[in-house]
Structures are given as C-alpha cells and as structure tokens.
Ligand binder design. Structure first.
Ligand code: BES
Ligand code: MN
Ligand code: MN
Length: 481
C-alpha cells in the first residue's frame, strides 16, 4: 500500500468517534421527503450538512433552491429541499470527481416494528452495527465523503482529486427537478468534472463487496377513485352506494399476479431480449436463495435458482403495490366506507422500456378495467414520478480504480453487479456531464433500507470510507479519465 493511504486509513480508524458523532446528529433529524409535514426537517438536515462541509474546509458551498414542488401534492406552495453543491480543492492539475448522495430518508415509526427509536442512532460496538433510519440509505455514505476529507487532512496527505458534492433531499421522492439543475450546471458549477461516483447502494449479499454498473428505473403511479363526498357508515350505506375501495381493489388486483407476472398488455414486448453473453454473466456472481431468504427473514422467494432471482431483480420489470391512501388502516374494526382512495403502485423499468409509452399502457389498462366494473364512481391514474434505468460499461478507469481499492480494503476482487433499485439521477449525470458513473456501495444486502431496523455494519462504514479514499487515490493516479 502506498505510504499515503496507510496514514489515511489510520486516521479513518482514529477519527471514528468523531464520525459517529456526526452521524448521530444527522440521523436525529427526520428528513422524510415524502411526508409534506416534515419538510422543514429536510431543510434542517440540509443546513446541518452544509455546516459540516464548511467545518471540513469545503468551499463555494451553495444551497440551490429548486422552487416549488410540482403536482400531485397536497400542501400548496411546498418548497423543494435545497441541493447542496460544494467543492474541496480547485487544482487544475488534478482530476475532478463529483460525488452524489441524498440526505432525505424513508418514513419510519417505532410502531412499524422498530426495536428502538428510528431517529435515534444506536451504536452497538459489541454487535458491530449501527441502527437508525438512513444509516445505510444514504446518510452514512453521504457523510463519509466529508469524513474521508477529514481523514486526508488529519494525515497531512494531499487530497488526490478536486471533489464536487451534489447532495439532494428528494431522492426518495423521485429527485424532482434535479434533472434541470444538472443540465443547467453542466457547463457551470460542474464544468470540468471527470467522473461521477455515487455511494447509495449495497453489496448483493453480506460477505462479498461489489461494484455496480446498472440500476432499474422506477415509474410511480396512483389510481384515484372517488365516489361519495365524505366517508360513510357502512351499515347505512353498505350495499346501496358504489364503494371506491371495492373498485380500487379490483383495479389494483388486475395489474399483477401472485407470481409477480405483470398483467398489463404490451410491457413484455418492450423488454430487451436476453443474450447468451448476458446470460453467462450471472453464473459467476456469488449469491443464493438462502441469502435472499435471510435478507427478507422468510421463505417467500418466487424463484429457487440464483440466476432467476438475479434476472428478475436486475433485468426484468416488476410491479409492486405499495398502499392505499384514504383507506382505513388503523387498529380495530371501523365500519366505514372510504369516500376517496389513492392506490399507489410502481413499476421498475429496464432496457428498453419507454417511460411515456409505459404510462399510456398503464392508464389504458386501468381505465379499461375500471370501465368493465360498470361503477358510477370516478377513476383516474396518474404518474407521480419517473426515474430512468441505467446500465453502463464497467471497464473504465473509475471501475478499475474502485476494484483495486476494494481489493486493498477487503482482500477480494468485487463482483460486478446491477441493482433492482433506482437512483433516478444516475443517467442524467452520465448524459449531461458526459462522464462515466460508478456506484460504490458501502452497506450490505441485509441492511434493511426502507425497512424496519435499518442498519449499517461498523466494519462496512469504516471499510467503505477506506474504499472511498483508496478509490480517489487510485483514480487520481490512473492515466486515463
Ligand atoms: N438507495 C436506493 C437505491 C437502491 C435501492 C440501490 C436498492 C440499490 C438497491 C435509493 O435511495 C432508493 O430507494 N431509490 C428509490 C427511488 C425511487 C423513489 C424513484 C427506489 O429505488 O425506490
Ligand atoms: Mn438511497
Ligand atoms: Mn432509498
């Protein structure tokens, strides 16, 4: 190992208490982007992060206002959280790496089944884990870029690249309006960026590190069915009025079957066919149905073979039904007829699906199904947000540097994987900045992002920071971009 990395790694180890404290403060802020009432907290978290950047010596810090959140939305004139742009270093002889992360998080409540308060970071050194909403997705990795700068500085080593940050607060809600900003700043704030690195994904399993070169996209919809002007007593009106929930259950039930097959006409035809070359790639990936079962805490896998699981996660679309807004969902037995219900579902998209065409197929399907019900209620289906899929070529200078970094820290070559999840802005970075994008994961496949008891292993936190540091070092030394 080069002398400089040895001392940076030592500093990462010794500065651990400071990194824990920074993470503890950040996790405390419930920056849930999908909850309109919590929007002020998302702003608070942005402020906290900008203070950290400033303390660590980043400069040119800008909190970019993206304006008002576009519809559909319940709160009028709700401001979008700021995008945090900043720089560390401005040396024309060095390469420039843009790091993207998101500081917003998924909703979480103790009642969902958490063992501890979700917005209070638990650091359990004996078990080797940290637990709290956002610890792995994506607050831990985001702050780690700042931590890595601290470690270089503390070691007295020269920082190998110019770093540019782009941290957003709406990722979990579709990265609204971020596209426009990136296109606009391509020749402004982001001028001269050589590479983009995103640390917002996970190892496939629990043991082997990976580097990621693909993501699925996500088109998120709601079907709104309205009938009576207010919720009604089912004893008085049951059997007499057309119930929106009854209609909605049938529309939602017509989208997909219990084996995961999407029942909307025309979708299969858009999916790129599987080639022999691609098929061969799945064989060497380390993964098993047992690992999937361990991550879900169940035996609910639809497939037994590793290849089938991975293909259905990475290269085929899926449709999930998420919930119903407006319906009764509390404990007990309330005899109510909900008057207006919003059925939420999303489709993970893959090459070569076209988002607009998909939306028109979805709307056509839902409209036709509703029409067949012969209901006097009103029904419409709308797109809430869409984020593009992304697949890149993993044989470039960035991936090579990250592979070497991973090997240095974990002692093994990483697997090259795709992901089933989505980071809507990835393709925009690649196209608008004309650079390659690397997905460099920190956490593990069983971290429970979006779930209860979200965790990050301390060894992954520390190993992840070291991997980031080594990647920047090796990338800076590589002869090409
Ligand atoms: N970090 C995830 C993306 C991800 C998920 C990567 C799973 C790898 C595996 C990100 O924060 C996320 O949750 N994205 C949303 C985007 C959506 C709202 C458009 C997602 O995938 O649901
Ligand atoms: Mn994330
Ligand atoms: Mn997420």
């Amino acid at each position: 190992m080069s002398h400089s990395l040895t001392s940076v790694f030592q500093k990462i180890d010794t500065l651990k208490p400071q990194f824990f404290s920074r993470l503890t403060k950040a996790i405390q802020i419930p920056a849930v982007s999908s909850d309109e009432s919590l929007r002020p907290k998302v702003f608070d978290k942005a402020k906290f992060i900008s203070e950290q950047l400033s303390q660590s010596g980043f400069h040119d810090i800008k909190m970019v206002d993206l304006g008002i959140q576009p519809p559909p939305i319940s709160t009028p004139n709700l401001s979008l959280p700021p995008v945090i742009l900043s720089r560390f270093g401005d040396d024309p002889s060095k390469k420039t790496v843009l790091v993207y992360g998101h500081y917003d998080v998924q909703p979480a409540q103790l009642e969902d089944g958490w063992d501890t308060e979700p917005f209070k970071l638990v650091i359990d050194e004996a078990k080797g884990i940290m637990k709290g909403r956002g610890v792995t997705d994506d607050t831990g990795p985001l702050l780690s870029w700042i931590n890595v700068v601290d470690a270089f500085k503390a070691s007295g080593q020269e920082f190998p690249v110019n770093l540019v940050t782009c941290f957003e607060g709406m990722e979990e809600s579709g990265s609204l309006k971020l596209d426009e900003l990136i296109k606009k700043e391509a020749n402004g704030y982001f001028k001269g960026v050589d590479a983009v690195c995103i640390s917002d994904n996970y190892w496939l399993g629990t043991k082997k590190p990976v580097l990621t070169y693909g993501l699925r996209g996500c088109n998120y919809y709601q079907t709104i069915i309205e009938g009576p002007s207010a919720d009604l007593h089912s004893g008085i009106f049951g059997g007499v009025v057309a119930e929106p929930m009854i209609d909605l259950m049938q529309v939602l039930g017509s989208l997909v079957d219990s084996r995961g097959k999407i029942l909307i006409d025309g979708i299969d035809e858009m999916v790129a066919p599987l080639t022999e070359k691609e098929k061969a790639l799945y064989k060497d990936i380390e993964f098993s149905v047992e690992e999937l079962n361990a991550a879900t805490g169940s035996k609910t896998s639809l497939y037994d073979k590793k290849e089938d699981i991975l293909m259905h996660r990475w290269r085929y679309p899926s449709l999930s039904i998420h919930g119903v807004e407006g319906a009764f969902s509390a404990q007990g037995a309330k005899t109510v007829i909900p008057a207006k219900v919003f059925g939420k579902f999303s489709i993970r998209t893959v090459p070569d699906m076209d988002s607009e065409k998909l939306t028109s197929l979805v709307q056509k399907h839902c409209d036709a199904k509703f029409k067949s019900l012969n209901s006097p209620n009103k029904c419409r289906t709308e797109l809430i947000h869409d984020g593009a899929y992304w697949v890149s070529d993993p044989f470039n200078a960035q991936f090579t540097a990250a592979k070497k970094a991973t090997k240095l820290v974990y002692g093994v070559d990483p697997d090259f994987t795709r992901e089933g999840g989505s980071i809507p802005i990835t393709l925009t970075f690649q196209d608008a900045l004309n650079t390659s994008v690397l997905l460099l994961p920190m956490g593990r496949g069983d971290d429970g992002a979006h779930s209860i008891n979200e965790k990050l292993d301390i060894s992954n936190f520390v190993g992840g920071m070291k991997t980031m540091a080594a990647y920047l070092q090796y990338y800076s030394e590589s002869p090409e971009n």
